[in-house]
Design a binder for this molecule. Structure first.
Ligand code: GLA
Length: 725
């Protein structure tokens, strides 16, 4: 709910359990007031008098603007008294970029405020737009704030408008800027850092003087840093204490910064990466930033994650898919790599059907001259030498077995050894005369160009139209380099990366709208583009190319800090594991893969009889708990980064059911009598744990806990719990 108090010019935004407040101060600046636990509307007045007035610059003081260096602000200006980094910087035709943005007007509308050409929340109760105007130019900025009574997430974005007639250039346009109460010594920052095959590992460091910056300049959100930053107050733990989440609904290069002010308070802001960014704005034009999703939790990191999970499921992911049962997939990549023919695929398909899988996904290698990763990308026509009878033969085999069929594409890429490249070498990103950087032997198509996106749309659509395909795995296997488009004029090259991202969104929108019955799974060399923007189009994303039964606990734990379990594709693969060479029990791989959208990434036909029985059992058990994966609340119990145990549990919203999955990594002779305290149950309810044949009250299970089983290295357990009346 948006409340405006006319007497104090205070805006109070109330979500489910948080309040966010700001006011227009005497000098006309939009001053930040409060972000934290929900407070009553009547206390807006107190916030202004008790807090706001203390930090308010005095408009009668000739040195007034120097005081803005301390002022908690909703927007940092450039070139005046606020020396912290600005939120928006616009250079006018005469080269000047200093600005002083002050309040001009505001309005409140019911619902969300959709963005053009970019993913954004599908709904909201109300959206407040506050318009600020620069005193020295015709630049205006709309700050948008969307809130919903049912959500703990505040959605923020900005639009920069050139209301004049000359051309200006945006040098920076972040989506949000806010200020945390107290001083830097009280906070630490958690980011999700990683690399290929080890994505999204939580790293916590104290916030000290200077600027903490997490970013990607790789042209996409990347394996290396997720567009997510949490700021933890001292004593914040998994289940207790205060923290703030800052997450961008965006897949391009981004930056999030936490910067300590002269008075030691912390300015947090973020959006499109401003490194070599530029965007030309002609008279009358406007530029929209992506949305940022801000979350306050008084229940530690666990509370923050549960709030983000609800937010993604209820506001961002396609509502037709968000809570719908996910296909249980058998994917042939790690089973065959490029080396397959009809017979090899049929063997997997036949076995998949016998074991209860419902969708077979044909991965890389079915098209063009794609017998290895040096050729074929861009030629989206079936390789009939390899697949006799084309896709139709494989689809028929699936359908005869009652399976659905899915197909791999890498729409944004091209190999130089391809018909597409031979016909349109200029469609690949790069500059004539400069040798392009190759990654996995491929180049990236210039998605800033509409004709390129149009061509790929047609080529992929043709395959989807001509074949009965119900699932698409959309991959992207390299970083973007050169940062140059032959189609953009010299003075607009700073627009390249964002325009590329808009091109990706354009194709994703057109394909998902044209084929509403196709389930689209995202992927980027594993989990390289696991972000809110991608989740808008792809309800689930391949979490990592690392499917090792131990490493996956870490990757999935880190990913779950912000993104729901149901958004993570989690498959059982073969051992020794491709990436780690580790061998873990089949049961463990299945248990860890059940904490997401499950599936198999191995040659099912080559499993032993016992393993096949296990697959059947795993699928049967998964079908009983997938409702929890889709709709439940996650409680992380034992941190795989800090102990030899991993454990997570999912509890149904009504607390009548729960599912616990744990793993013991490495045995220690003295680690007996370990107790695991459960979480999230109803203290007053009684629960039966099937696997342990044990009945106990919620209070006892959470207070006294359960004695952990002693297991072999990387042994696991799963417990199904149900309320008994
Ligand atoms: C990426 C994906 C894999 C597989 C290969 C195919 O690495 O993450 O799952 O699809 O590409 O080339």
């Amino acid at each position: 709910m948006v409340i405006f108090d006319r007497a104090t010019n205070c805006f109070l935004l109330n979500g489910k359990r948080f309040s966010y407040a700001m006011f227009v101060n005497r000098a006309g600046f939009l001053q930040h007031l409060y972000y934290g636990k929900k407070i009553g509307a009547e206390d807006a007045d107190y916030l202004v008098r008790g807090h706001g007035k203390k930090a308010e610059p005095d408009p009668n003081d000739p040195n007034m603007e120097m005081a803005t260096d301390f002022m908690p602000s909703e927007l940092g200006s450039f070139g005046r008294g606020d020396f912290r980094s600005a939120t928006v910087v616009v250079r006018r035709g005469d080269g000047a970029a200093m600005s002083r943005f002050r309040y001009r007007s505001h309005n409140v509308v019911k619902g969300a405020r959709p963005l053009t050409g970019m993913p954004c929340v599908r709904r909201a109760d109300e959206t407040l737009t506050i318009t600020l105007k620069d005193d020295f130019s015709e630049t205006e900025i709309d700050l948008n704030y969307s809130v919903s009574d049912g959500s703990d997430v505040l959605v923020r974005s900005a639009a920069v408008r050139n209301a004049g007639s000359g051309t200006a250039e945006i040098l920076k346009a972040f989506s949000f800027c806010t200020q945390l109460p107290d001083t830097c010594g009280t906070y630490s920052a958690l980011r999700l850092a990683g690399a290929w095959a080890s994505e999204r590992r939580p790293v916590v460091t104290p916030i000290g003087e200077g600027t903490l910056r997490v970013e990607s300049a790789r042209g996409y959100s990347s394996h290396f840093m997720n567009p997510f930053l949490a700021i933890l107050r001292e004593n914040c733990t998994e289940e207790r204490g205060e923290c703030y989440g800052f997450n961008l609904i965006y897949s391009g290069s981004f930056a999030l910064t936490a910067e300590v002010s002269a008075n030691k308070s912390v300015r947090v802001q973020g959006g499109i990466n401003d490194y070599l960014f530029g965007w030309q704005l002609k008279g009358g034009e406007a530029f929209e930033t992506p949305q940022a999703a801000l979350c306050y939790s008084a229940e530690g990191l666990g509370g923050m994650s549960r709030a983000y999970h609800d937010f993604y499921r209820d506001y961002v992911i396609d509502p037709a898919r968000a809570y719908a049962r996910r296909p249980i997939v058998a994917n042939n990549w790690e089973a065959t790599f490029f080396d397959f023919d009809n017979e090899k695929l049929y063997a997997i398909i036949d076995e998949a059907a016998r074991l209860g899988v419902d969708t077979f996904v044909l991965d890389d290698g079915w098209f063009g001259a794609r017998d290895h990763d040096r050729a074929g990308l861009g030629d989206w026509t079936v390789n009939e030498t390899k697949l006799k009878g084309g896709l139709k033969a494989v689809i028929d085999r699936c359908q005869k077995n009652g399976l659905k069929f899915g197909l791999w594409f890498e729409p944004e890429m091209v190999n130089e050894d391809s018909d597409l490249y031979r016909a349109h070498p200029d469609w690949a990103i790069g500059k004539a005369g400069v040798e392009p950087v190759r990654g996995r032997n491929q180049l990236v198509l210039d998605f800033t160009r509409k004709e390129v996106v149009d061509y790929i749309f047609k080529a992929v659509s043709k395959v989807l139209k001509e074949n009965d395909i119900s699932y698409v795995k959309w991959d992207k296997n390299r970083d973007i380099t050169e940062n140059y488009s032959a189609a953009l004029p010299a003075d607009r090259q700073g627009e390249f990366i964002h325009r590329y991202t808009l091109g990706f969104y354009d194709l994703a929108k057109r394909l998902t709208e044209a084929f509403p019955n196709v389930f689209f799974e995202g992927c980027a060399g594993g989990g390289g583009r696991f972000d809110g923007g991608a989740l808008y189009y792809f309800p689930q994303i391949w979490t990592s190319d690392d499917t090792d039964g131990l490493e996956r606990t870490k990757i999935q734990w880190g990913t779950s800090l912000c993104y729901p379990l149901s958004s993570m594709s989690c498959h059982v693969s073969d051992c020794p594991n491709q990436q780690t060479q580790r061998t873990t029990p089949f049961e463990t791989r299945g248990a860890i893969a059940s904490l997401g959208a499950t599936g198999y990434e191995l040659d099912l036909s080559k499993l032993t009889k016992e393993e096949k029985e296990l697959v059947k059992e795993q699928i049967g058990s998964y079908k009983k708990i997938d409702g929890l994966v889709l709709k439940g609340d996650l409680y992380r119990l034992s941190d795989p980064f800090c102990s030899e145990y991993f454990c997570e549990m999912i509890v149904s919203k009504d607390k009548s059911r729960a599912y616990v999955v744990g793993e013991r990594f490495r045995g220690d002779p003295c680690d007996h009598d370990r107790v695991l305290k459960l979480s999230g149950l109803d203290e007053t309810k009684k629960y039966y744990i099937r696997e342990l044949n044990l009945t106990a009250g919620g209070a006892a299970l959470m207070g006294a806990g359960i004695m952990l089983p002693r297991l072999c290295d990387c042994g696991s357990w799963t417990w199904n719990m149900e309320e008994i009346k």
